[in-house]
Design a protein around this ligand. Sequence first.
Ligand code: GUN
Ligand code: ZN
Length: 435
Amino acid sequence: MPSTKAYRAALLHCLADPREVGIEQAHEYFEDGLLVVEDGKVARIGHAAELLPTLAAGTEVVEYPDALITPGFVDTHIHYPQVGVIGSYGAQLLDWLETYTFPNEGRFSDMAHARGQAELFLGELLRNGTTTALVFGTVHKQSVDAFFEACEKRNLRMIAGKVLMDRNAPEFLTDTAESGYADSRELIERWHGKGRLHYAVTPRFAPTSTPEQLTLAGKLFAEFPDLYMHTHISENKQEVEWVKELFPERKGYLDVYDHHGLIGPRSVFAHGIHLCDDECKRLGETGSAVSFCPTSNLFLGSGLFDLAKVEGFGVRVGLGTDVGGGTSFSQLASLNEAYKVLQLQGQKLDAFKALYLATLGGARALYLDDRIGNLQPGKEADFVVLDYKATPLIDYRLSQATTLQEKLFALMILGDDRAVKETFAAGVSVHRKAG
Ligand SMILES: Nc1nc2[nH]cnc2c(=O)[nH]1
Ligand SMILES: [Zn+2]
């Protein structure tokens, strides 16, 4: 007997990028909707009045008045070992790494510490409605074991990898080209494709890997099917200059990765603020993706991401929190900041495009849109219940809204973890807000 359960609330999900098909065709909304979940997958979605009579006698129906069900959020760039440095004062990227991040990542050589941090991190992700993330570990392979163990326990669809770093970092955080390759391989064999888990080959960024390490990273990326490649690119102007000095023989920052076989489908580059047109074109034509991380880009003073330009070259773009350079686990908070980043460049981010970036757009960037990203029948039932009455201010502001667009936009600007009532992964509740 299949296990069936139904959830009744307002339902909203994206079917396409509004940039490509227009707002109306890009989403589906049921004011009084029903989501029917069977064996961890979406079985049906529609109007409650139509679907309720079709349910088998005795099917449990959970009702959420004053709530909106959306797909779980997808975070295309985050660091689980940086929870301890979120909100660290006064530095831009390279100083921030030296002063705060590297010392903190050193603590992950201790498996007990890594396990505790993985629990804390996943608790935060789920409290914020994020059900899939592309995650940096540290250089220590046990950091990834600890993370995947915690994900496996909760049956989450997650992607992670061990950092590769064999130069320009403290000795306690470096591997070698060979040990990085061997440790990554071992982790791939242990975790990649197990349950809902995927592995990402993870060179930190070009300055901390030798050409030998990047060559072996490229070899690994080509050796196993469906692996991810996850790194940073063109986040900070000083960083971009440093890459030119370290790799004078390459045409530019992206060319360093390109030369070593590290671009293509399932390659995800965080930030991409200072990319030139040729680099955007190359990312687009190779099916690579960029993660837009607004809270981090503002907090670290890195710059303003030009979404219109990057998307104009056909690049897949997802939204990332980049915790701990980013300042919130909440993708609602990311969208709030994304709106402002785009305002400053004369670009608009409407509520439906925003929802797309945080859900289906992220899933497309990760080539997971056949499984997650919206609530079409057959998709994995990863979803979030957003509370229209989360705070007195949200309650009042939403009561003033006359359209779905207005309501959704205000929720995205005012909302954060407090707006997440409950989070589901593969049809199972993995977080429920107290009260
Ligand atoms: N934001 C951010 N950028 C990086 N570039 C290289 N490492 C990092 C990191 O940990 N965070
Ligand atoms: Zn990052």
